[in-house]
Design a protein around this ligand. Structure first.
Ligand SMILES: *Cc1c(COP(=O)(O)O)cnc(C)c1O
Length: 418
């Protein structure tokens, strides 16, 4: 591939080359990551980055917006078609920003908000004390049951009745199971709360019909676009028409300045890809791969939180394997398998150490990997964890990882051989 950077800025070029190589020859198993298409990369790297377009299509604060207006309209139309939502704002720069804007459109400083505990699967923006959400609102947190590590409807309902939150958030970053959005709707109605689903992790699966859709049950639905949805790093807010005005205002001028039109173009491309029939098959294979990986890891002696998965991700409880999440992350990194340490429900370890690792299959499935590959990967994971600290054995696992990933070319044309 022709590169300008290679001659104008070799320092940056070389770093990008090394990262391309890392992605090409490693096994990316962080469930929030994915590999976007060349088409998404092209739109994201386009001249649309040059354009200021504060405001909304047809109502901008800058001249010269008639062309970029079309890209934002296209992104909005495709998104509505994809998720079946009444309204969408495609301008949020990221998932966290989408959540902040969504909060600000419906609750005020000091209001009570209910969300899932961070250490049991929730996201920082669902009420963590180190985040704006925990600082600005009174947070009530629900978790999972000790018995099966799944959300307990009775706990959700009794906490809601006791604290009468103005906003209830359903969604997570490390919850492998299906959320019962209808149950959350019932509880929200009982206490007169607004219901927001944050489907950052599940969005691609939802779009493809492989995971339940919250759209008909929720007032507002936020998501990132770069996880299972396989678009550029960004966010969107979908909602019922009644919230449209407030959401538009809280995104701009409430929180952001000019929208990133190049990213919006890349979102339009990703939505277009997700509307194709192949994407349904992709989402189905993501889950099939995650379930095969979970079953195979169990067969090899690992404990899977909640006993399995209904989605793209799984959590391994490493306590029986006698290794911490931190050390397992390191051992796997050493062989080219990228995961992240994660707390498991009721984790005895602090979040800097963790008793678990979280892994997912969206990126591997994008490469075309299948159930047989998942079985191989489970065995690589077993071997790497058992061989931690033993350089020779780790080297041999690293070779196997590299040879598997080499069979599934990704961005091969972007690698320049010197
Ligand atoms: C990833 C994630 C976010 C935040 O997205 P960023 O783009 O990293 O800001 C928000 N909510 C949930 C549930 C997530 O998993």
């Amino acid at each position: 591939m022709k590169s300008t950077l290679q001659t104008t800025d070799p320092a940056v070029f070389k770093i990008i080359q090394r990262e391309t190589e890392r992605q090409e020859f490693g096994l990316e198993m962080i469930p929030s990551e994915n590999y976007v298409s060349e088409a998404v990369l092209e739109a994201n790297g386009s001249v649309l980055t040059n354009k200021y377009a504060e405001g909304l299509p047809g109502k901008r604060y800058y001249g010269g917006c008639h062309v970029v207006d079309e890209i934002e309209d296209l992104a909005r139309e495709r998104c509505k078609q994809l998720f079946g939502c009444e309204f969408v704002n495609v301008q949020p720069h990221s998932g966290a920003t989408a959540n902040q804007a969504a909060y600000e459109s419906v609750v005020s400083f000091g209001d009570t908000v209910m969300g899932m505990r961070l250490d049991q699967g929730g996201h920082l923006t669902h009420g963590s004390p180190v985040n704006f959400s925990g600082r600005n609102y009174k947070i009530v947190a629900y978790g999972v049951r000790q018995s099966d590590q799944q959300v307990d409807p009775d706990e959700v309902r009794s906490l809601a009745l006791q604290h009468r939150p103005k906003l209830i958030i359903v969604g997570a970053s490390a919850y492998p199971r299906r959320f019962d959005f209808a149950m959350f709707r019932k509880v929200a109605d009982e206490v007169g709360a607004i219901l927001l689903a944050d489907i950052a992790h599940y969005a691609g699966l939802v779009a493809a019909g492989a995971y339940p859709s919250p759209i008909q049950h929720c007032d507002i639905v936020t998501t990132t676009t770069h996880k299972t949805l396989r678009g550029p790093r960004s966010g969107i807010i979908m909602a019922r028409e009644a919230h449209a005005k407030a959401i538009n205002k809280s995104v701009f001028p409430g929180l952001q300045g000019g929208p990133h039109m190049h990213t919006i173009a890349a979102k339009a491309v990703a939505f277009g890809e997700a509307l194709r029939p192949e994407f349904k098959d992709y989402a189905r294979r993501i889950i099939e791969n995650a379930q095969t990986l979970a079953a195979e890891l169990q067969r090899l002696g690992f404990t899977i939180v909640s006993g399995g998965t209904d989605s793209h991700l799984l959590l391994v409880d490493l306590r029986p394997a006698d290794i911490t999440g931190k050390d397992a992350e390191k051992a796997l990194d050493a062989v080219g398998i990228t995961v992240n340490k994660n707390t498991i429900p009721f984790d005895p370890q602090p979040p800097t150490v963790c008793s678990g690792i979280r892994m997912g299959t969206p990126a591997l499935t994008t490469r075309g990997m299948n159930q047989a590959d998942m079985k191989s990967i489970a065995s690589f994971i077993r071997e790497a964890i058992d061989a931690r600290g033993q350089e020779n054995k780790l080297n041999s696992v690293r070779d196997k990882v590299r040879s598997l990933s080499s069979r599934y070319p990704l961005y091969r044309d972007r690698l320049v051989r010197e």
